[in-house]
Design a protein around this ligand. Sequence first.
Ligand code: HEM
Length: 174
Amino acid sequence: MSIEILLLFRAVHIVAGALWAGTAIFYFFLVEPAAKTLGPDGPKFMQALIQKRRYPLYMNVSSALTIVAGALLYWNMSGGLQLLWIQSGPGLGFTIGSIAAIGAYLVGFFMLRPRGERLGKLGQQITMSGSTPDPAQAAELQKLDQEIRAIERFDVILLTISLLTMATARYWVF
Ligand code: HEM
């Protein structure tokens, strides 16, 4: 890999990774709790963030760029997946970080996305009905909300592991 290509992949990887992990952590600890304090304006704010500002698209693009550029860097660094490098300190560190980040992506794609879409549809139904949620809708809203929060917590843990290992792996020695 030429130095220009390596620099390009590193720039894309690190900028996209910082945006992905940073935003997920910011969203979990600050945005969502703040939206929940807004009462009926909370869902409106979340709708604007998701539909008008396209938060899911932003997360999809930043995570995909991180993973694609990261996989190419991994291939390059490991000399085409050489076991000797993978078993070294840095090799183990980057491997753990890569698996954690890919795990976070898969959890987001297969567990968060469908629940987020269901929540959006339910919200629309309630808005269109022009009244407050009926008991079944209220129960489903609460269940979805709890599930989403638990999955997001797991996702944030995986991204933090990735962030920490990526930041330090180069200097792992044993
Ligand atoms: C939350 C997601 C991620 C973040 C924040 C992140 C961040 C970083 C940072 C800051 C570095 C520079 C470390 C250094 O130079 O010492 C790095 C390097 C690296 N990352 Fe990631 N990364 C993430 C996900 C991934 C994934 C999913 C893969 C693989 C599929 C990966 C593979 C690599 C590799 C191989 C390097 C070393 C590249 C080199 O030095 O040429 N990363 N990452």
